[in-house]
Each structure stands twice: as structure tokens, then as C-alpha cells.
Design a protein around this ligand. Structure first.
Ligand SMILES: [Zn+2]
Length: 89
């Protein structure tokens, strides 16, 4: 998965969150990752290649305390859902 446009994500989050502060330290400075990560379904410790759903997430980290929030990359429009690839081999 390629890089994303962090500014687009920030604008989307500002439209939804407003000026939300970190719930842990009450700081208002967030950093948005410019990469998308994957959450893979747990499968009893085994690595399974096949039709396992992947959740694309973008980490949003509080600059002050490190609290990290994961947002869904499709919902924040960082990626087009039609580009979603299934991982079947
Ligand atoms: Zn914080």
C-alpha cells in the first residue's frame, strides 16, 4: 500500500473532530502518519494467507504523550475502497 496524503486526512478529521484534544493529556497536537498500516484478524497465532479480512488503518499520534488512535483509511478517504485488494493467492 502506497503513501497517502496526510493533509487530506487532517482536513477530514478536522471536519469530524473539530479542535478535539487528546483524551489522555488534553493536548491538541496530533501527528498523522503518511503510511497506511494493516490490522489482520487474529488466527490463533498462525499466519494465514488467504481470504482473511484486512482493516486498513492510519495511526494518529498525540505529539505530547504518544497516545495513538487508529482511524479506518477507507472512511477517512485516504484510499478508494474500489482499490481494495483481496489477498487470495
Ligand atoms: Zn496526549
Amino acid at each position: 500500500m502506497g503513501n497517502i496524503n496526510p493533509q487530506q486526512v487532517i482536513e477530514h478529521l478536522q471536519s469530524k473532530w473539530g479542535e478535539s484534544k487528546c483524551p489522555l493529556c488534553n493536548s491538541g497536537k496530533w501527528s498523522v502518519s503518511d503510511n497506511i498500516y494493516e490490522l489482520r484478524q487474529y488466527n490463533k497465532g498462525k499466519l494465514v494467507i488467504g481470504k482473511i479480512p484486512i482493516v486498513p488503518v492510519i495511526p494518529i499520534t498525540c505529539d505530547n504523550c504518544g497516545n495513538t488512535i487508529l482511524v479506518n483509511a477507507i472512511i477517512v478517504k485516504a484510499i478508494d475502497p474500489s482499490e481494495k485488494e483481496t489477498k487470495d493467492d
